[in-house]
Design a protein around this ligand. Sequence first.
Ligand SMILES: Cc1ncc(COP(=O)(O)O)c(C=O)c1O
Length: 365
Amino acid sequence: MPERTGTDARNGNNRGVTTIHDTSFRGFASDNYAGIHPEVLAAITAANGGHQIAYGEDDYTARLGEVIRAEFGEQAEVFPVFNGTGANVVSLTALLPRWGSVVATTTAHIHTDEGGAPEKVAGLKLFVVPTPDGKLTPELLATEAWGMDDEHRAEPAAVSITQTTELGTLYTPAEVRAIADAAHAHGLAVHMDGARIWNAAVASGRSPAEIAAPVDSASVCFSKGLGAPVGSAVVGSAEFVAVARRNRKLFGGGMRQAGIIAAGALHALRNHVERLADDHRNARRLAEGLRSTRLLCFDPEAVETNIVIAKTTGSAAAPEIVEKLAETGVLCAALDDRTVRFVTHLDVDSEAVDAAISAADPVLS
Ligand SMILES: Cc1ncc(COP(=O)(O)O)c(C=O)c1O
């Protein structure tokens, strides 16, 4: 097994870690780095033993479907996939004709972080529009929602919004409704990348059913602040799910022992959703603690969930600042030359936040 010696400045993982498993490794680069919660691991272990009925025909997968249906509404069909990228790819492929395209923001995960999977694997074109806060609006959508009957253009046939956004901002119900109404009026379907939909639920006090009511499909994730090692799910109408499920198999995402993953997801959903409020508090605490530094500008009032966005204020570029912080053990990520992102999750409690503030302050001041 290769040793981990990564020097990926973008993710702040440049400490030259040379052990295979460094238990002191903690960071704010992403909630994807949160380790598996011990109780989730125990739930997975407890689900093992005896035969497992394959390909999601088992009781745990059925139960997970029931739990998610209870959250999204009885009309929602559900099936699990390995990860968020897979969930987005199979969903968008199910929503689009072969010649279709998807309108999203420039910060959308499907655009910046999925290795081009929607385009390369699914063959979908993305039209992306810049936004100040990661949120699409009907006006921004209109800049790309045109040329439906023009065979020379990849027909805009769906819009993808992320809730919460990649910048940690939250769409209000009215904003989601306005985009969905505008998209539907143009004949576009609406997909919600809900990798952090439970962060949105906790921050807004609304159920996933309310949050996703106007959209046609959603992907959700169990492996961020919820403590599962892997796992996402696709939610939508029975008709949509029948097609998306076929796509999962086609793209190599068929899940043999799906029950094991479902058992972990079930525990995570039952026990770790409310604790996301701690992550939101900790994100605000981090931004408040570093509010006035020389190199980075934090805006605590703008922190809505577990993601803190800081802008560079001087000539030092974001990757350079990320490198400097990593040397002190504070791991964060550069989103672009001027933007640094910190994410809180179940591996970093309020003491870890305070320690990070103390370590980062001298570097940034
Ligand atoms: C908003 C969003 N969507 C989708 C994904 C993809 O998830 P995965 O890494 O499980 O493919 C992520 C992962 O960080 C994400 O942040």
